[in-house]
Design a binder for this molecule. Structure first.
Ligand code: MRU
Length: 366
């Protein structure tokens, strides 16, 4: 997607042919800063510290991390070390494990002398495949937005609610939940997005709003608790969110608060869709209760960072000292609350049979 007229992906191989560039997402929306990743350790740090985040981008970064590791040590123990370091960074997004399994299985089939170049080629492919997948999600999700637009009177807009950032910054390009939104906007469908701010890290307010603004998509940032009210008043036509892991039965794990939006949508008859690329399906977990939920630092809740009127970036404390804090990063929305799964192979029912029929090769990899 474009930033000030220039096309960017969220991660790419540098022109030097070996180091990796990424947008430092911790600095947005205040500053647009590029970061250079030159070792597997730096790739692991980038994922752990959320310089990069979002399930598909975590996977792509891990793939590049494996390639960087192969510059230093192409032995079998070298593959193991890189795998162990990268897999330990974040627990919930399954794209991380998918990318590492894909890379390590491919590398183990090769002689050590072939591994570095093959690792780079596969990492670049994984990044490219993510973009193609998201374009597929865009095409299938567009039909849902077109159907909502067909119900509108002239001059009315389609109102979509989204949570967290499942935009191009969370993927390599296009996004998952945002892909149909960008395509609808580009096709001239009048569309407006309600953007949940998504405390505590504010991925909605900081990242989704920034992305949509740069693409010229009409949007409004709302405090996290607003969606139910909007749905009660007919102000949301459909919700589209992303996901970090979909269980074999269609349960959906996504950023904390997604479940409450799905409940409100169900109560108000608002269609609730989840957009996902196939590497986000985890056929190894039977249902959402088995998905590990990341707990992050209390600091993310007790502090907020922003830009002051005179341009300084400042962090302030918003919780009384001494008050205990809980910071669960994700929750699980049961499949029964999901109207459909928007995938690169079509919009599926949120159930195990539909997932298996659409992605039998993913089930076999498990
Ligand atoms: O903690 P984050 O910012 O990595 O969480 C991201 C999300 O929950 C996204 O909604 C999800 O990864 C889908 S991204 C296409």
């Amino acid at each position: 997607m474009k930033v000030d007229g220039k096309h960017y992906r969220s991660i790419w191989l540098d022109a030097d042919g070996w180091s990796v560039c990424a947008i430092d997402q911790r600095r947005l929306p205040h500053e647009f800063v590029l970061a250079k990743i030159t070792t597997c350790e730096e790739a692991a740090d980038a994922i752990r510290n959320m310089l990069v985040r979002g399930a598909p981008l975590i996977g792509a970064t891990a793939a590049f991390g494996m390639a960087l590791a192969m510059r230093d040590d192409r032995s079998d123990p070298g593959i193991d070390r890189a795998y162990d370091m990268l897999i330990a960074t974040r627990p919930t997004a399954i794209n991380l494990k998918w990318a590492l399994d894909t890379m390590s299985a491919m590398l183990r089939r090769l002689a050590p002398s072939e591994r570095r170049d093959a690792a780079y080629a596969r990492a670049v492919d994984i990044a490219g495949e993510d973009v193609t997948i998201n374009q597929g999600i865009a095409a299938h999700g567009l039909a849902l937005i077109e159907a909502a637009a067909a119900q509108k009177k002239p001059g009315e807009v389609v109102n979509v609610l989204t949570h967290c950032n499942a935009g191009w910054l969370a993927t390599v390009d296009w996004g998952t939940a945002t892909a149909p939104i960008y395509l609808a906007h580009d096709r001239g469908i009048p569309i407006h997005v309600w953007v949940d701010e998504t405390r505590p890290r504010n991925q909605g307010a900081s990242l989704t709003a920034w992305e949509l603004g740069h693409h010229g998509v009409s949007h409004t940032v709302i405090p996290d608790n607003t969606g139910g009210h909007l749905m009660q008043h007919g102000m949301v036509d459909l919700a589209i969110v992303g996901t970090d892991r979909v269980a074999a039965n269609g349960d959906v794990c996504n950023k904390i608060g997604t479940y409450l939006k799905a409940l409100a949508a169900h109560d108000n008859g608002v269609p609730f869709y989840v957009a996902l690329p196939s590497p986000t399906i985890d056929f190894a977990v039977a249902d959402g209760r088995q998905i590990p939920i990341e707990q992050r630092s209390a600091q993310e809740v007790t502090e907020m960072t922003g830009r002051t009127a005179d341009g300084r970036i400042e962090t302030v404390r918003v919780v009384p000292p001494g008050s205990p804090v809980a910071n669960y990063g994700f929750d699980v929305t049961p499949a029964r609350l999901v109207s459909g799964l928007i995938t690169e192979r079509g919009v599926l029912q949120a159930d195990g049979a539909a997932l298996l029929a659409a992605f039998p090769e993913r089930a076999k990899q498990t």
